[in-house]
Unconditional design. Structure first.
Length: 192
C-alpha cells in the first residue's frame, strides 16, 4: 500500500468518527429534551418555591405570582391581584394578558394573546401574535427569560397545567429567537 492510500484511509476514518460523534451528540440532545418533557418533578418544584397563590382578597381578586426575570440564576417574582375565575381558561387568559400589558415583564413589546386552550393531559397551548418573535431582543438569555417567564407563570398558578406549548400565529415554531427549542411543550424551569 502506498502512503497516499494510507493517508486517505486515515482521513476517511477520522471524518467518519467526527460525523459519528456529531450524530451521537444530536441524539443525546434530543433525548434530553424529550426526557425533560416526560419526567418533570413538579412536587419538588412547588415545594421549593413559597406557596403564594390562590389567597382571596375582599375585592373578588386573587393573587397570582408572576415570574418576571432572573437574578443570579434565580427567578424574581412579583405578586399581582387579578380577577378570580373558576374557569381555568379565563383565569389563564387574565394572567397572560396581565403579563402582556405590563411594562415590567420579560415579554416582547406588542405581543398579544390570540387564543389559548389546554388538554386533559395538562398541556396548555398559548397562541401569541408574531410580535413575540419579531420584537424579541437578541441572545439566549433574553429568549430563555421570555419563554420561561410565560411557562413558569402559567404552570405555577394553574395546578392542572403541567406543560406549556407556545404557538405563533397559530403555528408551531422551532424557536423564538434561534436558541430554545419550542417544538415540544415546555415544563417548569426552576433555575436558568
Amino acid at each position: 500500500m502506498s502512503k497516499e492510500s494510507l493517508q486517505y484511509g486515515n482521513i476517511s476514518l477520522f471524518l467518519i468518527m467526527i460525523i459519528s460523534f456529531i450524530i451521537l451528540g444530536i441524539v443525546i440532545l434530543f433525548y434530553l429534551e424529550r426526557t425533560e418533557y416526560k419526567n418533570p418533578n413538579y412536587d419538588e418544584v412547588r415545594s421549593t418555591i413559597k406557596e403564594k397563590i390562590s389567597h382571596e382578597s375582599s375585592e373578588g381578586k386573587t393573587t397570582a405570582t408572576f415570574f418576571i426575570g432572573v437574578r443570579d440564576s434565580s427567578w424574581t417574582t412579583l405578586d399581582i391581584d387579578i380577577p378570580i375565575s373558576e374557569d381555568k381558561t379565563t383565569f389563564a387568559t387574565s394572567i397572560i394578558n396581565e403579563m402582556l400589558n405590563s411594562n415590567c415583564m420579560a415579554i416582547p413589546v406588542g405581543t398579544k394573546l390570540r387564543s389559548l386552550f389546554w388538554t386533559e393531559d395538562g398541556i396548555m397551548y398559548i397562541d401569541l401574535t408574531e410580535e413575540f418573535t419579531l420584537n424579541h431582543p437578541l441572545g439566549t438569555w433574553a429568549e430563555m427569560t421570555s419563554i420561561y417567564s410565560l411557562v413558569n407563570t402559567i404552570i405555577y398558578n394553574i395546578k392542572e397545567v403541567k406543560f406549556v406549548k407556545i404557538l405563533i400565529e397559530g403555528k408551531e415554531i422551532n424557536d423564538i429567537a434561534g436558541h430554545i427549542n419550542t417544538l415540544y411543550p415546555l415544563g417548569f424551569k426552576k433555575e436558568i
